[in-house]
Design a protein around this ligand. Structure first.
Ligand code: PHE
Length: 340
């Protein structure tokens, strides 16, 4: 029994000084394993006189239970220690400021297009689209461009290898497609990409236009002026916005005009943006040429109409103060971020 008490004391000491779960398990095997010290003690009971056996067996079993309990307690302590160490090592500092996800924004051209579309849709215009790869018929012939007229050459056209295909130089071919598809009366706007072989501060080879077309009985230049003036006042949020119609030439309208607005930067006093002139050019327009109506199988004796075409990036220069048109398409995040 004295021997057993020493064994137990020694077991407790080894349990309490084990610092890892692996070491602790070795201690468990040493005392309680199949060939463990205490297990062997039980096996040796047979050698004792019968009268002492029960008492000794009881004593050894109690010892085993105590050692077992001590092992479990120590195991819990070591497990907790290991968990704490792991948690400390993998700690997340939730008080650190986050890196954050900045919201994206719409591209300025998208915003401008949406704005123009919304204003015309409120006036009852339906949206039409046409192909960016056009043919000479829709881009030129049906629009009354004569074969040898300099206006055709002035368009800086990108021709495709497969004549008569080309990249449309304006959205006006959508006028033709819409009139051929729906006839008169008609009221549509056609936003979209256009292409010209040109690149500098105020030109990019790809740019956007919005075309407007209205054909009906009794339509006049006065309707055109009224509609454009309403549109431009809302677009620039100026109800005192002054317009100026300057005669101009486009083969598909007669008369044709370019529309200027009073410079919104200097109110006409003269500044860098309006080049001291006090006026800003915003679009081209006119009454649809009878030849164009005829090419679209509309009777010009009965119907008249007007059309306009505006440059979207041009409106962006004026509304957002974008000074270099090419910035629209360089995808510089510092530029784009300003339109969130
Ligand atoms: N298509 C012309 C251009 O791109 C603009 C325009 C459209 C002029 C409709 C008159 C009528 O320059």
């Amino acid at each position: 029994m004295q021997h057993l008490d020493d064994l137990i004391r020694e077991a407790h000491r080894r349990i309490d000084t084990s610092t890892t779960l692996v070491a602790l398990n070795d201690v468990r095997v040493h005392y309680l394993g199949r060939k463990g010290v205490l297990t062997e003690q039980l096996k040796s009971l047979g050698a004792l006189p019968a009268a002492e056996r029960a008492g000794a067996g009881q004593y050894i079993n109690d010892a085993k239970r105590l050692v077992n309990e001590a092992l479990d307690r120590r195991k819990q302590v070591l497990e907790q220690t290991e968990l704490d160490a792991k948690l400390t090592a993998q700690a997340l500092d939730i008080t650190l400021p986050g890196r954050g996800h900045e919201p994206g924004g719409l591209h300025p051209v998208t915003r401008l297009l949406a704005r123009v579309q919304a204003l015309f849709e409120r006036m009852g215009f339906r949206m039409e689209t046409g192909p960016e790869i056009e043919d000479e018929f829709h881009n030129f012939d049906a629009l009354n461009f004569k074969l040898d007229h300099p206006a055709r050459a002035a368009m800086d056209t990108f021709y495709l290898r497969d004549w008569p295909l080309l990249l449309r130089t304006h959205t006006s071919p959508v006028q033709i497609r819409a009139m051929l598809a729906y006839g008169a009366p008609i009221r549509v706007i056609a936003p979209g990409r256009t292409f010209r072989h040109d690149s500098d501060v105020t030109h990019t080879p790809m740019f956007h236009q919005v075309e407007g077309l209205l054909v009906d009985e009794g339509v006049s230049m006065a309707h055109l002026r009224g509609t454009l003036s309403l549109f431009l006042q809302h677009f620039f949020e100026r109800d005192d916005l002054q317009l100026r119609f300057r005669p101009s030439y486009f083969p598909f309208v007669e008369p044709g005009a370019e529309v200027d607005i009073r410079c919104i930067f200097c109110d006409g006093g003269g500044c860098r943006i309006c080049k001291q002139g006090g006026w800003l050019e915003v679009l081209g327009c006119g009454l649809v040429h009878p030849n164009v109506l005829r090419a679209c199988k509309i009777n010009p004796e009965r119907y008249t109409g007007w059309a306009f075409g505006l440059g979207v990036e041009r409106l962006g220069m004026l509304r957002y103060g974008i000074s270099d048109m090419r910035m629209n398409f360089e995808n510089d995040i510092r530029f784009l971020q300003q339109f969130r």
